[in-house]
Design a binder for this molecule. Structure first.
Ligand SMILES: NC(=O)NC(NC(N)=O)C(=O)[O-]
Ligand SMILES: [Zn+2]
Ligand SMILES: [Zn+2]
Length: 467
């Protein structure tokens, strides 16, 4: 590092959200100071020879580090499923420089200030990238929310259907009334797993005679109406509160018009939040895979809500490019192999992919004629905005952390167990050739991944107020 911690990152393709240019990024003490044209960069080097560390990526694209706002790290408690060291080393290798940990599958779940501190104690010193945290809303913990806001959680996640783990029960309208009151005026955001279980006997009858190893049996058990019912409930709250709401992992394109209606109501009422405080994400698996591609008995493809048909996938892409969906995340939700049995109705619901989100998105996006700015928009700046960390993360902009990725958009690689750094290697992407190779990942100006190895000790920070 140069004497006053000055670095100049050079690239023929510096990717900001609105332009791709040949030039440089001047960094001081791990913070982006200035964007320079190629000429300005050359002059700077001439005038400061020996006083600045020059990092020249040549033809490699230089992107803002990805902010993956939906990652289940499951530590403490279910550390056989995943942990901070493995999840964040996978993130670093995947060009992700910030992950936001979900409040469940860890034991205890992040539903009180005490539990948040327990989680933070297990994370500190064990994170290779920066980590922020979601709090959780469950039945009866409404009095814990404001303390967690003060401690710095990015927002709160709740389930409208069973979550899959008993210590994180789903909430209903009454619980939500209390949660919204507690969050009013905090500026926080309430994120929903938006499926409401239908107890109608028809679904149960329809599938009870069907082969549980066939993916279609699972798919029929989670119809789009479950997502629509949930969004209708969320919309009823949007009409009477100003609290920001976010829909995680939208799977059915059918819900988007309803989300648009909820956003229209908020904007008409003069809500000044980003997107009227009504946002939604979809996931790499919904944009990459479709139900017809899921082999029998392969529950590594199982997630909730489910991967649906090709037509639905195309409609999700259409809505994303029309800015009616706001961001794309992993929803990395791993488990141990024994829980991914061949019975799709009983297997754990969750897909492991945190290391591959950037390349998954770029494989699809480049094939659809999008340019590199789409990565920054949907995987970095939007997720940073959702989590209220846009003044530190998610873009190549002066004042933000120098979380940077040198990315080769033209090369490909094949997903194999050997390269997977998350703890359990089962993923639907095994054997898949992806486009876009992460060559170097920098966290606040520090090289943490060099294209083959995670370097040194964990350098990540916890994005909480007292860490
Ligand atoms: N308990 C979980 O990790 N659930 C997750 N599982 C999925 N998406 O299949 C989720 O985000 O709902
Ligand atoms: Zn969920
Ligand atoms: Zn999730």
């Amino acid at each position: 590092m140069a004497p006053d911690n000055r670095q100049l990152f050079l690239s023929k393709r510096v990717v900001t959200e609105n332009k791709i240019f040949d030039g440089g990024i001047l960094v001081k003490d791990g913070v982006i100071e200035q964007l320079l044209t190629r000429q300005e960069a050359n002059n700077f080097v001439t005038e400061n020879d020996g006083k600045v560390e020059v990092i020249d990526g040549g033809e490699l694209a230089l992107l803002a580090g990805v902010v993956d706002s939906h990652v289940h790290v499951n530590e403490p408690g279910r550390t056989a499923w995943e942990g901070f060291r493995t999840a964040t080393s996978a993130a670093a290798a995947g060009g992700i420089t910030t992950i936001v940990d979900m409040p469940l599958n860890s034991i205890p779940p992040t539903t009180t200030l005490k539990n948040l501190n327990t989680k933070a104690s297990s994370a500190v010193g064990n994170v290779f990238v920066d980590v922020a945290f979601w709090g959780g809303i469950i039945v009866g913990n409404q009095n814990s929310l404001q303390d967690m806001v003060k401690a710095g959680v990015v927002g709160f996640k709740c389930f409208l259907c069973p979550s899959g783990v008993e210590e994180f029960p789903n909430v209903d309208a009454r619980d939500l009334e209390l949660a919204f009151v507690a969050l009013e005026g905090t500026g926080s955001v309430l994120a929903f797993h938006a499926e409401i279980e239908e107890d109608n006997a028809t679904i149960k009858n329809k599938i009870k005679k069907k082969d549980p190893e066939e993916y279609t049996t699972y798919l029929e058990s989670r119809p789009p109406s479950m997502e629509l019912n949930a969004i209708s409930l969320v919309k009823s709250f949007v009409e009477k509160t100003d609290v920001r709401v976010h829909i995680v992992h939208v799977s059915s394109a059918n819900v988007v018009p309803l989300l648009e209606e909820a956003r229209r109501i908020r904007l008409a009422a003069g809500n000044k939040s980003w997107r009227g405080g009504v946002t939604a994400e979809t996931c790499h698996h919904y944009l990459t895979l479709s139900a017809d591609q899921v082999p029998r008995g392969c529950s590594e493809y199982k997630c909730a809500p489910p991967i649906r048909d090709r037509d639905n996938k195309e409609r999700l892409w259409k809505y994303l490019l029309e800015d009616k969906l706001d961001m794309v995340v992993s929803d990395h939700s791993p488990c141990t192999p024994d829980l991914k049995c061949s019975n799709n109705l009983e297997a754990w619901g969750g897909i492991s992919s945190v290391q591959f989100g950037l390349s998954l998105f770029w494989t699809n996006a480049s094939a659809r004629g999008l340019d590199l700015r789409s990565i920054s928009k949907y995987l970095s700046s939007s997720t940073a905005l959702l989590c209220g960390i846009q003044d530190r993360k998610g873009a190549i902009k002066p004042g933000l952390d120098a979380d940077l990725v040198f990315f080769d958009p033209d090369s490909t690689f094949t997903v194999t167990s050997e390269i997977i750094r998350h703890k359990n290697k089962l993923t639907p992407y095994l054997g898949k050739e992806l486009q876009g190779v992460v060559k170097q990942t920098y966290l606040r100006g520090q090289l943490i991944y060099d294209g083959s190895d995670i370097l040194g000790e964990p350098k990540g920070n916890l994005l909480l107020n007292s860490y």
